[in-house]
Write a protein that binds this ligand. Structure first.
Ligand SMILES: Cc1ncc(COP(=O)(O)O)c(C=O)c1O
Length: 432
C-alpha cells in the first residue's frame, strides 16, 4: 500500500509538528496575510510563519516550538543561530558588508576561509571559485569543464538534483516539475542510469532484484562494503559513450556521490572508483556535486570520502558550508583554469565577506565540537531508529528525508523518531 500524496504530505508535515506549545498560541503574522503575494510556483510544505530559531528548534509566529529535521534542506549544519556563527557574521557586518571580488580580489575573511579550505579539500583541488548558490556552482562547473576540455557534453545521472538555473536544470532529472514548460534546455547534457538496485533494469533483466522487489537498501553503513553491483549501470554508461556522446565530445561526468533530492541513495562499492578510471581513460573530468551530502553531513568532510578514495577534478559546495548564509562555490584542479582569461567567470556577490566569515566559523565549529563524530553517531542512531519504525510499517514505501543539524543531540533524534512514527501511524490510518 502506498499512502495517497496528501497522506504522504501529512507525514512530512509531521516533521514540523509542534513538540510542545511553549506559550499560549498567540496572534502573530499568519501565512494567510501574505499568501496572495507569494509566488504559488514555490512549493510550501506547511503553513507556519517562522519567527526565530535556536539549535534544533524553530519557533513560529503563533508561539509554537518545532523540532527542525529539515534545517533549510540541509543548510543549517551547525543548527539555528550557532553563537559562534552569529558572532562571526555580526562582527564582519560591522567591519565590512561587501568587498566585491573584482575590485578587491580578496578580503580578510576570504583569506581566513582559504586557509581552512586547504585542510579540508581533496589535496589536488587547490583553486576555489566562490558564488552564492549551489545552482551557480553547477553552472560554473559546466562552463569550466567545457572550456578546459574543448568538449561540449556533460553526463549526469537519473534522479539527480543539481539546481534550477538553466545549466543546472538541464542536469536535473529528479522530478519533471523542475523542468516542466521551461524548455528548451541547454543541449549537451545527458542522464545515465544511477546505480540503484531498486530501479536497475539490468539487474531485473538478469533475473535479480529489480523495481518493486528489492528490500530496504540501507545507506552508508556497516553492510555497505558487502553490497554488490550487477555492473549494469557502469555498462550503461559505457554504452552511452559509444552511442550517445563520444568520449571526444564528453567534457565531464557530474554526480552527486550520494543522491540527495533523489532519495539519499548511495552507489554500490567501487562505482565512484570505476567512474574515476573511466574518466581517466577518456580524458573526461569527474565532478562531485557535494552541495547536499557534503560539508560533514555523512561524518567525513565530503560524502565521497565515505565511499571511495577516488578524487574528483572539481568538487561543488553550498548549503551547509556557511550554516545558512547564502554561500557556495567549487574547488578545482588549477590546470582547469589555465586556459581561461580573467573575466570569463565571476559574479557581483561571489566570495562575499559575510559568507566567507560564516563559512570559516562553520568549519571551526565543526572541528572544535567534533561534529564529524556527532554526525556519525547520530546518523547511526537515526538509521537504527528508522529501520525499526519501518519494520512496524512494512507496507509504506514513501521516501522521506531527514536532514538534522550536525550538532543534534541523542534526545532530539529520539524525539524526532517518536514524532515521525506518530505521524506515519496517522497517515496510514487515514488511507486505510
Ligand atoms: C546536490 C545539489 N546540487 C545543487 C543544488 C542547488 O543548490 P541551490 O538551491 O543553492 O541553487 C542542490 C539543492 O538542493 C542540491 O541538493
Amino acid at each position: 500500500m502506498k499512502p495517497s500524496a496528501e497522506a504522504g504530505l501529512r507525514a512530512t508535515r509531521g516533521l514540523y509538528r509542534s513538540l510542545h506549545t511553549t506559550t499560549a498560541p498567540r496572534a502573530g503574522p499568519t501565512l494567510d496575510s501574505v499568501l496572495e503575494n507569494l509566488s504559488p510556483a514555490v512549493s510550501k510544505f506547511g503553513d507556519l510563519v517562522a519567527d526565530y530559531g535556536k539549535g534544533s528548534y524553530v519557533w513560529s509566529t503563533d508561539g509554537r516550538k518545532h523540532l527542525d529535521m529539515a534545517t533549510g534542506i540541509g543548510v543549517l549544519s551547525t543548527g539555528h543561530c550557532h553563537p559562534r556563527v552569529v558572532a562571526a557574521i555580526q562582527e564582519q557586518a560591522g567591519r565590512m558588508i561587501m568587498a566585491q571580488q573584482n575590485i578587491f580580489p580578496a578580503s580578510r575573511p576570504m583569506v581566513d576561509l582559504v586557509e581552512r579550505f586547504r585542510d579540508i579539500m581533496p589535496p589536488s583541488l587547490t583553486q576555489y571559485l566562490f558564488v552564492s548558490s549551489g545552482s551557480e556552482a553547477v553552472d560554473n562547473a559546466i562552463k569550466i569543464a567545457r572550456s578546459a576540455t574543448g568538449r561540449q557534453n556533460v553526463i549526469a545521472f537519473d534522479g539527480a538534483f543539481h539546481g534550477r538555473t538553466y545549466g543546472a536544470m538541464a542536469a536535473t532529472t529528479s522530478k519533471t516539475v523542475y523542468r516542466q514548460t521551461f524548455g528548451p534546455l541547454p543541449s549537451g547534457v545527458l542522464a545515465a542510469p544511477y546505480p540503484y538496485c531498486l530501479h536497475c533494469k539490468a539487474r531485473a533483466a538478469a533475473g535479480g532484484l529489480g523495481y518493486g522487489l528489492a528490500p530496504n537498501v540501507p545507506g552508508v553503513g556497516a553492510d555497505y562494503a558487502g553490497r554488490a553491483c550487477c555492473g549494469g549501470p557502469l555498462e550503461a554508461l559505457e554504452w552511452m559513450l559509444k552511442m550517445h556522446s563520444a568520449p571526444a565530445d564528453t567534457a565531464a561526468i557530474l554526480i552527486e556521490p550520494i543522491l540527495g533530492e533523489g532519495g539519499f541513495l548511495t552507489p554500490p562499492p567501487g562505482f565512484l572508483d570505476a567512474l574515476r578510471v573511466l574518466c581517466d581513460r577518456h580524458g573526461i573530468l569527474l565532478i562531485f556535486d557535494e552541495v547536499q551530502a557534503g560539508m560533514a553531513r555523512t561524518g567525513t568532510w565530503w560524502s565521497h570520502q565515505q565511499l571511495s578514495a577516488a578524487q574528483p577534478d572539481m568538487l561543488l559546495f553550498a548549503k551547509g558550508i556557511a550554516s545558512g548564509f547564502p554561500f557556495a562555490g567549487l574547488a578545482a584542479r588549477p590546470q582547469l583554469f589555465q586556459a581561461m582569461s580573467p573575466g570569463m567567470l565571476g559574479g557581483t556577490y561571489g566570495g562575499s565577506t559575510l559568507g566567507c566569515a560564516a563559512a570559516a566559523a562553520t568549519i571551526d565549529v565543526i572541528r572544535e565540537e567534533d561534529l564529524l563524530g556527532n554526525a556519525t553517531a547520530r546518523g547511526a542512531q537515526l538509521m537504527r531508529g528508522l529501520l525499526d519504525v519501518a519494520s512496524r510499517f512494512p507496507a509504506v514505501v514513501d521516501t522521506i528525508r531527514f536532514l538534522p543539524p550536525l550538532n543534534v543531540s541523542e534526545e532530539e533524534i529520539d524525539a524526532a523518531l517518536s514524532i515521525f512514527e506518530d505521524s506515519l501511524a496517522e497517515a496510514v490510518r487515514d488511507c486505510t
